[in-house]
Ligand binder design. Structure first.
Ligand code: GLN
Length: 474
């Protein structure tokens, strides 16, 4: 049977009548069944998706204009995004039994265009992690090699697309969680500018970093999904008011751009040599296509991870204080008074990694240490934005590897949090300064695993970023 992987392909098959929406959903349900061992989904909405497909098929039969722009878009959502009347747990025990009372704005907008949500994908607990190993629901495996991690925290969203169980998936990206798993699984991962997509209904990790992003098989689908989800929202005051361009209609540009890359990044001692070689080949490919690519100095690379992990843990310690055993999900059965309810519910409900981050964040915010850690990290964030802005005065894009290595062995870094944090070295920059960034697959390593590359643009320049990415054959 044909493999359905892009919206355009599906919509043409729906238009000729060779495929119905019900067939399509059944096809993806079969794919989900066949990939159970990868542990992609926490929950599959089989009956509901089929019922919706049936309604859409009927509507379409009356008139092809009766359906929305996402007719045929079967999508998976990361388990940190609220979908009304459906469970949402952030892959944590502490949210066990919690049902979303409303849908995220992004979800509302997808549904309004007739997307079908096929299920809720696994992830690292509260989106904290780089491997998807830190989930109450168990690890998710990379479909390219089942002994390898898929990346994280939106690891299962990437595998959902990689394994052909849906056309696209939503993830969230606080420090690389959409782009890094996209890179490790060989799909397209897009994180928009901070504030481009409303965070209303996205379970908070680091609120000044978090963004919803997409995992897709091509750039067209990323552009269309962004166009539909983006825009002002009365429920999120940090969502930008600036008008949303028609990204999906502006992909075919022939402009020649100026691209910078950091010498310190591509010559980094942690970067795998084959990824480095492939990145240089990619640079040549861009030059041949008429773009100007230049190496530039960038002195801040080694400050990124420490600053990122101070700021995000600080924000997380505050955001996660709401899980108290009273208001949401899990409540310890072993508590006999209020204080014990708080402490036991949190002790039993959060994983080790989440507790580590809450403690770290509480520490860096505490009186006496605030100036030394939190304020310093904020200063670094500011400096980084100054330098990044200067770069964008001269260049259209910054090119970066996605990850220092290809997907690694399950278990390899799970007992070494610092090494795990360091693996985010190339992705956190975009979140520190709130710029859009896109990971594209650019080939396969001799170990058989995908290699990705990352392009970043100035704030709100998604249109240019998507057009550039579209021009690159993948
Ligand atoms: N790996 C990073 C972290 O653990 C990024 C996570 C994310 O983007 N949600 O913080």
């Amino acid at each position: 049977m044909e493999r359905y992987s892009t919206l355009q392909q599906v919509q043409s098959a729906l238009a000729t009548g060779e495929l119905t929406c019900c067939d399509l959903v059944n096809y993806f349900l079969a794919q989900i069944e066949a990939s159970r061992h990868l542990n992609i989904y926490i929950e599959v909405y089989a009956e509901e998706a089929l019922a919706k497909a049936k309604v859409l098929d009927q509507k379409y039969a009356t008139s092809s204009t009766a359906v929305g722009r996402l007719f045929g878009m079967v999508i998976a959502i990361k388990d940190v995004i609220c979908y009304e009347s459906h469970a949402v747990t952030a892959a944590s025990k502490i949210l066990q039994g919690f049902v979303a009372p409303y849908s995220a704005t992004a979800i509302e907008r997808l549904l309004a265009e007739d997307a079908i949500i096929i299920g809720r994908a696994n992830c690292d607990e509260f989106a904290m992690g780089s491997t998807n190993e830190n989930s109450y629901y168990g690890i998710t495996r990379n479909a390219a090699d089942e002994n390898k991690v898929p990346g994280g925290s939106s690891g299962a969203s990437a595998v959902a697309v990689q394994a052909g169980t849906c056309i696209a998936a939503l993830g969230s990206d606080t420090g690389g969680s959409v782009r890094q798993p996209a890179g490790l699984c060989g799909v397209v991962g897009m994180k928009p500018t901070y504030g481009r997509i409303s965070r209303h209904g996205l379970i908070a990790y680091g609120s000044s970093f978090d963004q919803i992003g997409t995992l897709t098989n091509n750039v067209e689908d990323a552009a269309l999904l962004l166009e539909i989800m983006a825009g002002a929202d009365e429920f999120d005051s940090t969502a930008s008011q600036s008008p949303v361009p028609l990204y999906s209609e502006r992909l075919k540009k022939t402009e020649k751009y100026k691209v910078a890359y950091f010498k310190s990044a591509v010559e980094h001692e942690k970067l795998d040599t084959e990824i480095q070689q492939r990145t240089f080949q990619f640079i040549q490919q861009l030059q041949k296509a008429g773009h100007q690519v230049e190496a530039i100095e960038f002195d801040y690379l080694d400050y990124l991870i420490p600053a990122y992990y101070v700021l995000t843990t600080a924000e997380a310690s505050s955001n996660l204080s709401r899980y108290d055993g009273i208001r949401y999900g899990y409540r310890s059965p072993n508590a006999s008074n209020l204080l014990e309810t708080y402490t036991k519910s949190r002790t039993e409900g959060f994983s080790l990694e989440v507790k580590r981050r809450i403690m770290l964040g509480t520490f860096v915010l505490s009186a006496g240490y605030y100036e030394a850690y939190y304020t310093k990290a904020q200063q670094i964030r500011q400096l980084l934005w100054q330098r990044t802005k200067e770069i964008f005065n001269d260049f259209d894009f910054i090119l970066m590897p996605v990850s220092p290595t290809t997907a690694w062995e399950i278990g390899k870094l799970s007992n070494d949090p610092v090494e795990m944090y360091l693996s985010d070295i190339f992705t956190v920059h975009a979140n520190m300064v709130g710029i859009p960034a896109l990971a594209l697959p650019i080939g396969t390593h001799s170990n058989g695993l995908p290699i990705g590359v990352q392009l970043m643009a100035n704030r709100f320049e998604e249109e240019k970023l998507l057009a550039m990415a579209y021009s690159i054959p993948i």
